[in-house]
Design a protein around this ligand. Structure first.
Ligand SMILES: Nc1ncnc2c1ncn2[C@@H]1O[C@H](COP(=O)(O)OP(=O)(O)OP(=O)(O)O)[C@@H](O)[C@H]1O
Ligand SMILES: [Mg+2]
Length: 386
């Protein structure tokens, strides 16, 4: 979509929802057409060629996936913005829809209208390059209060998903976890260049060209990586005071920079956290991680971090048991934005094979969650800048 949509087709078999959504959009100046069955919607879509189609994927007369496939196979609606608006989370349905060419999958939650309005803006890539000119690329940092919560694995997988959803964007991952980086080993990076060389270079040389030259694209992952030190000996050579400038340079060079900060909450990492568009806080489902995360969040709040920028993720890294989502929320004092189920050995297997989870286990709920998270993060970052 390269222009602001003006005409929208809303398709829902529930007359109340149809009315609420259509009225909301009409009041915001869109020209809205309503339909209550797939047949009616399909005819209207081909005849009037709306700029966007919002549909409930559970239609009475045709599965939503078939409806979408039909739209995609017609030249007139092959690239129309299509947003599924579903009543319940259903990861299998979501996966099917996304594979059939659906642009977004949203739940009918109270804040869905805000999300819709953001999605109906012009293409993210366009907006992002406008941001780039003004403020530099988006910055997403990954942080945890305790080790082993899956921070690095999630950082790499979410980055890969962002590239997949926005192939036109240049995405970089910076592993600044000291003394040992781990994203290099997750993605199978074997080159010499790392944080050690990047921080040894005189700062005036570390510019866009330098980073684009040294941060090579990683096979299967399609983002660029600045790997952390390969051993503690190398880590001792890293001049950490150079890291903030390095991140600034990366934001000038790339559309999105994701930074793995690990457990670090230091003089170096604090300004990076405060500068970030989104702060992913990765929690495991145990009491001590939750309590420590609360301490970290309380501290960050005193430093001026707004809750809208924090994106807590509950990752069931140890097993299916442990704290419930609501327990974690209560202990943390923030809403959990996403929960990653326990993947048994699968996450480690994907990591050991240096493959993204989405590629290795595309039907696993964790893979769906990772796609949802990456879309949410871009949306939050855009909202924060608008
Ligand atoms: N949802 C999950 N289910 C099962 N295993 C997981 C899950 N998430 C991560 N893991 C596994 O947990 C281990 C730790 O992950 P990772 O190294 O990403 O964590 P980390 O928080 O970055 O750790 P560190 O503190 O060492 O930096 C890895 O073996 C990873 O494959
Ligand atoms: Mg790590």
């Amino acid at each position: 979509m390269d222009k602001v949509p003006v005409s929208i087709l809303v398709l829902d078999f529930d007359p109340r929802t149809l009315n609420v959504v259509a009225t909301y959009l009409a009041q915001r100046g869109y020209s809205v057409q309503a339909a209550s069955s797939a047949r009616e919607g399909y005819i209207a879509a081909l005849r009037d060629q709306p700029d966007a189609i919002i549909f409930d994927p559970r239609l009475p007369d045709m599965p939503g996936v078939d409806f979408l496939r039909r739209l995609r196979s017609d030249r007139r609606t092959a690239t129309t913005l299509c947003i599924a608006l579903a009543k319940n989370t259903d990861s299998a349905l979501m996966a099917e829809l996304m594979a059939a060419g659906c642009n977004e999958f949203l739940l009918k939650t109270p804040d869905v209208f805000e999300k819709l309005i953001v999605l109906l803006q012009p293409h993210p890539a366009e907006q992002l390059s406008a941001f780039n000119r003004q403020n530099g690329g988006l910055l997403v940092v990954f942080l945890s209060a305790k080790g082993g919560t899956g921070t690095s694995s999630l950082c790499a997988n979410i980055a890969q998903n962002m590239v997949k959803a926005h192939p036109e964007m240049d995405v970089a991952v910076l592993d600044i976890v000291l003394p040992l980086g781990s994203i290099g080993s997750i993605v199978g990076y074997e080159k010499e260049f790392s944080l050690v060389q990047a921080t040894a270079e005189p700062p005036e040389n570390v510019n866009r060209d330098y980073l684009r030259h040294h941060l090579t694209l990683i096979e299967n992952w399609d983002f660029r990586l600045l790997a952390g030190p390969a051993d503690p000996e190398a880590a001792s050579k890293v001049d950490a005071s150079r890291i903030p400038a390095l991140i600034r340079a990366s934001r000038q060079a790339f559309d999105i920079t994701l930074v793995d900060l690990g457990r670090s909450l230091s003089r170096i990492s604090l300004p990076i956290i405060l500068e970030a568009d989104v702060v992913a806080l990765i929690m495991a489902a145990d009491l001590s991680t939750a309590t420590l995360s609360r301490t970290v969040w309380d501290y960050l709040q005193t430093q001026g971090l707004q809750h809208q920028r924090v994106y807590p993720i509950l990752n069931r890294v140890i097993g299916p048991e442990g704290l419930s989502k609501s327990d974690s929320e209560r202990l943390l004092g923030l809403q959990i934005q996403a929960t990653i189920p326990y993947m048994m050995g699968n996450f480690s297997l994907a990591n050991n094979q240096h493959l993204p989870v989405l590629q290795r286990f595309p039907n696993d709920t964790a893979a769906m969650m990772v796609s949802q998270i990456s879309r949410d993060m871009i949306r939050i970052a855009r909202q924060g800048r608008s």
